[in-house]
Ligand binder design. Structure first.
Ligand SMILES: Cc1cc2nc3c(=O)[nH]c(=O)nc-3n(C[C@H](O)[C@H](O)[C@H](O)COP(=O)(O)O)c2cc1C
Length: 196
């Protein structure tokens, strides 16, 4: 059975830095036999959690939109890679909306004894890209992703973080980024435990 990778592309800029890294990762993994899927979050129509309580007794979100079929894929993927540019020291708003919608799975895990949950172990990786170079640039985003991946019941394997990247496509000139994602793709295609 090939291993599956679900890529969550959280930048509005198609062909931008996040998009480039995600494509490099997924195409390399696919060439090595993995089954890959890329979700361009900004090409999808959905909103964040509206706090209606509709999932309180079912663990299933009642909103019907482009995220509705995604829950199943989040639960079935062997690997989830969430990639986002830093916007005001956090993930992008569309990525944040997706994170909020995992509340239904959080409810399932912590309030409903795992009524809706993944049936096999999974690992998750965060890729963050920002223009500035501050030490704390990714702190907020990484904390959010930690709780997101916990709601998905996945092991948060770690992050690939790139500072000082701003112009569209600049990531291609980064010293290690393209090689980093290719190495990650190789490990995922083999079903390995991801370590950073
Ligand atoms: C609305 C907005 C907010 C941003 N906020 C930050 C920020 O807080 N810190 C930072 O380092 N870069 C910030 N940036 C720069 C982007 O993170 C950077 O240009 C990144 O490379 C964009 O990646 P992309 O091409 O994948 O969209 C911001 C850019 C935009 C458009």
């Amino acid at each position: 059975m090939p291993y599956s990778i679900l890529g969550l592309m959280g930048s509005p800029r198609m062909g931008g830095n996040t998009d480039i890294l995600m494509d490099a990762l997924l195409s390399h993994a696919q060439a090595l036999g993995a089954v890959t899927e890329k979700l361009r979050l900004y090409a999808m129509r959905f909103q964040g959690c509206i706090e209606c309580g509709g999932c309180d007794h079912t663990g299933v979100c009642v909103l019907q939109d482009d995220l509705t079929p995604v829950y199943e894929r989040l639960l079935q993927a062997d690997y989830v890679v969430a990639a986002s540019p830093m916007f005001f020291y956090n993930i992008s708003s569309q990525m944040q909306a997706l994170v909020e919608r995992s509340q239904a799975l959080w409810v399932s895990k912590y309030r409903l004894n795992g009524l809706v949950k993944r049936q096999k172990p999974g690992q998750a990786v965060f890729i963050g890209i920002g223009a500035t170079r501050g030490k704390s640039l990714f702190d907020g985003a990484q904390r959010v992703m930690k709780y997101f991946f916990d709601a998905l019941d996945m092991r948060f394997a770690g992050s690939l973080l790139y500072r000082g990247i701003d112009a569209k496509g600049e990531i291609k000139g980064h010293e290690t980024a393209m090689a980093d994602v290719k190495r990650l793709a190789e490990a995922m295609a083999k079903g390995e435990r991801i370590e950073f």
